[in-house]
Design a protein around this ligand. Structure first.
Ligand code: AMP
Length: 509
């Protein structure tokens, strides 16, 4: 039988016990410390004889959260990573949707009263309840393996309710093996961990780094949101492998110190989550002539990424929009006609459909949404991405935007209808449409909310301020529209639906 992720990690721990597994700006932790912490979390959970089911890990994406994710998996359960910066209404929706069998709070600060009351319905374990000392006693007999669920990550949903993507251990193992084979392998790899655990880009860092005895160089929230802290930290690290969204590296490229001479050990950049523009890739190859740049593509529903391409100078000259590369082993990419769902031929434009072993189980406890997006294709499990694209005769995939209203802004996945439904639910709003403002490089630069108020607005500024305040309680800060435009009516098409094209012209011309 093939070794599971945790069995492989256990072997790494035996071999590299004193190597640094996790480095934050404050502290470094060895593999032995990580394993001990994870096994102590697991034994605390096992002692509580909880029912089997997903367990929420609530806090920052720090060492204790990482140990908790692994600890939950040791007990045989899936983890649900949740960022402590989420608005309460969203936390509530997710908690009620997944009904966790335990909530592990890894925050050092106390929870506020509202959260305490919400979590009180479940079995709550606080970080200080775990002993992080002692000899690790790990029994992996009941640990997650094969088709068992490894994690559930919640993403923006069209109805305003987040969808929980349920990823199996086999999905994750297949992804990790591919990352450890088809990208540059570096001994004692220092891998950037920029993404929070609640974003599936984090699996690009966590699993390949830990299963190869590398070090996760983790950035705190302060470091990712404050330029000064970010560059101070980056200039003191010796990262070999950079993993982030293109938007994040674009911020770093603004700093003159972000060049090869200052980061001599940086050998590869891996990007996923949104379009990598020719402009950004070009700048990177100029500033880091010794490094490789990879464009990887995939949705959370297909476990991280399913295609990959090494970006070369030739490709930058050949294409205006970079290809996404070819499918990983175990995966086939097909292009389907969105209406008829018929498979299209080479060169024809349609919806990108991912077929094979990377495709997640579905949306947790939501069979209706699962049936809408997942289905069997040629006898294999497949996911209809909603991405538009085409394939050339060599198997190279090209991305051409979305066929629906999902966008990526600053690397974050946002369903415009998610924001619209929360806006329309406000008493003072009659209708709302959210439009992305797209620049010459096909990037979403801002979101604009067009709103028809349900009341007579005397003071527009004050009204918009109130909208923002009410919306902030429901959506994540990165989803907040940059601009609000009040209108009396929306243009309609011949089906009586809002004509977004004309609305787009009204707003942006
Ligand atoms: P997420 O589930 O947050 O990873 O978002 C998945 C979506 O991000 C995909 O369906 C695409 O629309 C977009 N995406 C991911 N990687 C790329 C890429 N390399 N180029 C263009 N779009 C991408």
């Amino acid at each position: 039988m093939e070794l599971s992720i945790l069995e492989r990690l256990q072997q790494v721990v035996e071999k590299h016990s004193s190597t640094i597994a996790f480095a934050s700006c404050q502290k470094e932790y060895t593999y032995e410390e990580l394993w001990r912490a994870a096994s102590n979390v697991a034994s605390a959970l096992t002692k509580s004889s909880l029912k089997k089911g997903p367990m929420l890990v609530y806090g920052e994406s720090d060492f204790y959260a990482l140990a908790s994710l692994l600890g939950v998996n040791i007990t045989g359960c899936a983890y649900v990573p949740m960022d402590s910066h989420l608005p309460f209404a969203r936390v509530k929706m997710i908690v009620e949707a997944c009904e966790p069998s335990a909530v592990i709070v890894t925050l050092k600060d106390k929870l506020d009263e509202k959260l305490k009351a919400l979590f009180a319905k479940y079995h709550v374990l606080y970080q200080d309840a775990f002993a992080f000392e002692g000899k690790p006693l790990v029994n992996l007999k009941s640990a997650v393996r094969d088709e068992a669920s490894n994690y559930i990550i919640y993403t923006s949903g069209t109805t305003g309710v987040p969808k929980g993507v349920e990823v199996s251990h086999s999905n994750l193992l297949s992804f990790t093996k591919w990352m450890m084979r088809d990208f540059k392998q570096i001994a004692q790899n220092q891998v950037l961990l920029q993404a929070p655990f609640s974003f599936d880009l984090s699996i690009f860092s966590i699993y390949p780094a830990l299963l190869s005895g590398g070090t996760l160089v983790s950035l705190s929230r302060d470091e990712t949101t404050n330029f000064k802290y970010l560059f101070e930290r980056l200039n003191t690290t010796e990262i070999n492998t950079w993993i982030s969204t293109p938007s994040f590296v674009e911020i770093c490229l603004l700093d003159p110190s972000f060049v090869q001479e200052k980061h001599r050990k940086l050998e590869q950049f891996i990007f996923c989550g949104e379009e990598l523009t020719v402009k950004t890739a070009k700048k990177l190859l100029e500033k880091f002539p010794k490094a490789m740049v990879w464009n990887a593509y995939g949705p959370t529903e297909a476990t991280g990424a399913v295609t990959q391409l090494k970006v070369t100078k030739d490709l930058l000259v050949k294409y205006d929009r970079l290809p996404l590369g070819k499918a990983k082993p175990g995966v086939e990419i097909q292009i389907h006609d969105h209406e008829t769902e018929k498979k299209l031929s080479i060169g024809e434009r349609g919806e990108i459909v991912i077929v094979g072993d990377s495709v997640a189980k579905g949306y947790y406890r939501d069979s209706a949404k699962t049936t809408q997006a997942f289905a069997k294709v040629d006898g294999k499990w497949a996911y209809h991405t909603g991405d538009a694209g085409l394939m050339d005769e060599t198997g190279q995939l090209f991305y051409e935007g979305r066929i629906d209203f999902q966008v990526k802004m600053n690397g974050f996945r946002i369903e415009l209808q998610d924001i619209e439904s929360h806006l329309a639910a406000l008493a003072k709003v009659d209708k709302a449409v959210v439009l992305p403002q797209i620049d010459a490089n096909n990037k979403v630069r801002a979101l604009v909310a067009a709103v028809i108020p349900s009341i007579k607005v005397e003071d527009e500024k004050q009204f918009i301020k109130e909208l923002r305040k009410a919306l902030a309680e429901k959506i994540m800060d990165y989803m907040m529209p940059q601009r609000f435009v009040l209108l009396d009516e929306f243009p309609l098409n011949h089906n009586g639906k809002v004509d977004r094209k004309i609305l787009n012209k009204i707003i942006f011309s």
